[in-house]
Every structure is written in C-alpha cells, then in structure tokens.
Write a protein that binds this ligand. Structure first.
Ligand code: DHB
Ligand code: FE
Length: 309
C-alpha cells in the first residue's frame, strides 16, 4: 500500500488546527515548531509507509523512555548533542569566535555546585581502592598562550566501574566532581582515579533502540570539563583517554582528535608529592585554550535542566 494524502486540503487543514493556527491564544514559536514537527512526522509516515503497528510501538517506546528517565541519554546516542555542537561551531566561525580548545558534548550526568578549591583538588573519596591513581593537570591560557589565573575548571568523571556519583547513589556526595580555580600561572591540578568507560544501562530504552540499529552503547574512558573565565567564551568539553577500545568508537560521538589524551604511568611525580600523592601515578595532561570575547551570552553556558542547578 502506498497512498499519498499529504497534499490534500484535509491534511493541510488538520495540521493547521493541530498547531493552533486558528486560535489567538498560545505561543507562536511553539505553534511554528509543532506545525513543522507534525508535518514532518506525517510526511515520514507517508513516505516510509509506516504501519499502525510500527506507529504504536514508537508511541509506547517513548512512554518507556520517559519512565526510565532516558530521553537525555538517547539524544547523544542519536547524534543530537553532536549536531548541536556542529551548529555552535559554525556559529562561532561566523561570529569570529572560532579557535581555542574544541568543544564537545556535555552529556546528561553533570551535577552543579561541586566543592570549589584553589589550584589543587582531590576528586575521589578514597573508597575505590582498586583504581589506578590519576594526576590530572594542565594550564588554562588565552589564545595568545597567556596563562589565565582564577579560571574555573569544573571537572567530573565516572568511577572505575563507569558510574557517576549522584546517578549512582552508592557513591558519596560530589565524588569525582570538583571545581578548581587556576593559580597565578593558570594551572590546575587534580588527584583522582582513572575512570572507566561508560555504558548505557543494558536493559534500558536507549540500548534497546541501539541494538535495533546494530550499535553498542559504550563510551570510552573520558573526563568532562566546563571551563570559564571572565572575558572569555565558556567552554564545554571532554577528553577521551587514548588506547580505550572505544576511543574512536564513542556511541555519543564526543571524540575529537584534539581531545584524545595519553594517560602516562610514572613511578614518581614531584608535582603530586607536593600534595601528598606518593608512589606511582598515571598522569593525564590537558591544557586548555579559551577564546576571548566581550559577549556576555558567550561567556555563560547555555541553559538546560541540570541537577542541583
Ligand atoms: C552519556 C553518558 C555520558 O557519560 C556522557 O558523557 C554522554 C552521554 C549518555 O548516557 O548518553
Ligand atoms: Fe560522561
């Protein structure tokens, strides 16, 4: 069966009524968006000859997705977060604000309000005793490589099982989440543990759809960052550790070549010892370059629903 009804007066009028075009009340922006979304959904049903069975399975899939709280997990898996990044990169290019360390997706697992430290912070609570000790370090500079003192490096990552505090209630409050203010030389230093990669809940709605696509739901070991400094563009980014099976096969499409960082085991770190970190550690170095701007809207991060915000 392949019928064409999209061009009929009946469907055109139906879409206008669906979007509330015939009523003065409501929000014009929402009306415009919903009209377009529903037009395109109808068009997909027509073009792909979607059966009622397929349609209703999609409806109940969305119900399950919401019940599992996974809509913001599915979005990166379907490339939507990456697509928004591609658009923001293009907008930066157009506004003359390109350059510096590249952005990549925030993901759904940030928690606002992590404790603030000056120069150095220990991120882990010491309970993950099997984990490899990590020394994460770097310098924040402007585009002329001048160090930026008092920049805020807000860092968060998973534990050795790939789980994030807050979302994993067995972890202590703000475990593996800290804000570090850079010192006079623009440096930040963190003691933590090497994270493991993250996997979508295996029985969840996101994995169920990915399986239908023949895809996995894995991310490589990675560390998230928000970096901000007055007079500079806010940066949301991550590093992916080199050598992970998924470094270049991230289900969330967050990998960028400039953001792949080597983890280097050393027997001794002078910098670490100054903060009581003795013995072998694995060093991860991530230097960050921010782009200067007067625009307040670019100095702030975009709004979205965030835990504890
Ligand atoms: C997802 C998980 C992450 O840790 C992340 O950084 C990005 C996305 C997710 O589950 O979709
Ligand atoms: Fe993550």
């Amino acid at each position: 069966m392949s019928v064409k009804t999209m061009e009929t007066q009946e469907v055109i009028e139906l879409l206008e009524k669906v979007a509330g075009f015939d009523r003065p009340a409501g929000n014009d922006r929402v009306k415009t968006i919903i009209h377009r979304v529903m037009h395109d959904v109808f068009q997909i049903i027509e073009d792909l000859d979607i059966t009622p069975e397929e349609f209703w399975s999609a409806v109940y899939y969305i119900n399950e997705l919401g019940k599992n709280g996974e809509a913001a997990l599915l979005a990166p898996g379907l490339g939507m977060d990456k697509y928004l990044d591609i658009r923001m990169d293009a907008e930066d290019e157009q506004a003359g604000l390109a350059g510096g360390t590249p952005r990549t997706i925030e993901g759904p697992l940030y928690v606002a309000g992590a404790p603030m430290s000056e120069g150095f912070a220990r991120l882990d609570d010491g309970t993950d005793t099997g984990a490899e000790v990590m020394l994460l370090k770097g310098v924040v500079t402007d585009e002329n490589n001048r160090p930026l003192a008092n920049a805020i490096v807000d860092v968060w990552h998973a534990d050795s099982k790939g789980a994030y505090s807050y979302f994993d209630p067995s972890q202590s409050e703000y475990n593996l989440r800290r804000r570090i203010k850079t010192d006079a030389e623009g440096r930040y230093l963190a003691q933590s543990i090497i994270p493991s990669g993250y996997g979508c809940p295996p029985e969840g709605s996101t994995q169920a759809l990915l399986t239908q696509l023949g895809r996995h739901g894995q991310r490589p070991a990675h560390i998230h960052f928000f970096i901000s400094a007055p007079g500079h563009k806010h940066l949301t980014t991550q590093i992916n550790l080199a050598g992970d099976k998924y470094t270049y096969d991230d289900f969330a499409f967050a990998t960028r070549d400039e953001l792949v960082v080597e983890a280097r085991p050393v027997t001794h770190s002078a910098q670490g010892e100054r903060h009581g970190v003795t013995g072998p550690v694995t060093e991860v170095e991530f230097n960050i370059q921010l782009v200067s701007t007067d625009r307040q809207d670019r100095q702030a991060m975009h709004q979205r629903q965030r835990v504890m915000a």
